[in-house]
Design a protein around this ligand. Structure first.
Ligand code: SF4
Length: 340
């Protein structure tokens, strides 16, 4: 059998029997597929599922999402990380609502014009939502292709990405695009795993160069880029009865517009006289794709919160229950859960 048709035929027949066919966004509207694809960009399936259900419950349609406040969208995204994704979803929903009458276009050029939709997500939408030819090149797919080829090019180099895209185009079947795309992703996540791939259960083992050469521990090759930058953050957990003080983050960057604890330098020195120190919380290390955050938090108690003058446009006193409805990043959520 020709290598190209061998690959797609094997993947398609394997997916139908062994792949994941019960994911909550499958066989649903393109809207559901879109939201799931954005959530899955940096997050694993099992983490995404409860967030997906919650998000769709809050925003059952593109119209409801487009008409909603960004705050509500961020609140539904709280804990999932990479908040730019939520902001882009919100912006894109407005464009789809206004420009495309609330219908996601099944056109590659129009899709990649939308905020947050790159080449791979556009490919995923074409194939998974519309059953049309589309190339997905996420981490799982790239690993499968590099191993199938026995290719030692670094997986995180842009040149490798370009070559894989060409190869993936050549591999595309003539039909069954949805099953094929789902199949190659399932294979990467269930069988061709980063460590100890289960080659004996793999439908393409007969023609896989990596398996033939026993290079599973070598491929994919990853060259280390620059070390992550470190950033120190000093938060103040100021509690007054069951309430805690949060501040909206206006700074551009990872947590823009989310609610955080005030930083030590955001209160005037004389205000500290009102606070009773309650010690330090354990250091939190929070890893982002490009940065490592070391978060130190000091806890303070304030008898009467009204004695602390605050700018009400930027600060708010909330209890634990109220904080759940706000856009807060994971470290803030963790601290509130454990120390309030
Ligand atoms: S045979 Fe092994 S290494 Fe090759 S694609 Fe399958 S699981 Fe991956």
């Amino acid at each position: 059998m020709h290598k190209m048709s061998y690959f797609s035929k094997k993947i398609i027949s394997w997916q139908k029997i062994n792949g994941r066919n019960n994911l909550p966004w499958q066989a649903k509207s393109p809207y559901h597929v879109w939201i799931s694809e954005i959530m899955l960009q940096q997050t694993q399936v099992k983490t995404v599922i409860p967030y997906f259900h919650k998000f769709i419950k809050s925003f059952p349609s593109i119209k409801s999402l487009a008409k909603s406040d960004l705050d509500k969208v961020l609140a539904n995204w709280s804990g999932l990380g990479y908040y730019t994704r939520a902001k882009n979803i919100h912006r894109a929903s407005k464009i789809i609502h206004q420009k495309f009458n609330g219908i996601i276009p099944n056109d590659y050029e129009q899709l990649i014009e939308l905020p947050g939709i790159g080449e791979s997500t556009a490919g995923a939408l074409l194939s998974l939502a519309f059953d049309e030819p589309g190339i997905i090149l996420d981490g799982n797919v790239k690993r499968v292709l590099l191993r199938f080829l026995g290719d030692k090019s670094p997986i995180n180099h842009s040149r490798t990405q370009k070559e894989l895209k060409k190869f993936a185009e050549d591999l595309l079947p003539k039909n069954n695009f949805r099953t094929y795309s789902q199949g190659i992703m399932d294979l990467g996540s269930m069988i061709c795993t980063p460590i100890n791939p289960s080659c004996e259960n793999c439908p393409i083992q007969n023609q896989c160069r990596t398996s033939q050469l026993n290079l599973q521990n070598i491929i994919p090759v990853r060259v280390s880029k620059n070390q992550k930058k470190e950033k120190n953050i000093n938060w103040l957990l100021i509690a007054s009865r069951d309430k805690v003080l949060l501040k909206r983050n206006a700074k551009k960057g990872i947590w823009q517009n989310l609610w955080l604890f005030p930083e030590a330098n955001s209160l005037n020195y004389d205000k500290f006289n009102l606070l009773e120190e309650k010690g330090s919380l354990p250091l939190i290390i929070h890893n982002l794709s490009h940065r490592k955050l070391s978060i130190s938090t000091k806890k303070y108690f304030l008898k009467n919160k009204d004695r602390l003058p605050i700018d009400r446009r930027r600060f708010v006193w909330v209890n634990k229950k109220e904080s759940v409805k706000m856009g807060i990043p994971k470290p803030v959520k963790t601290i509130l859960e454990n120390h309030l």
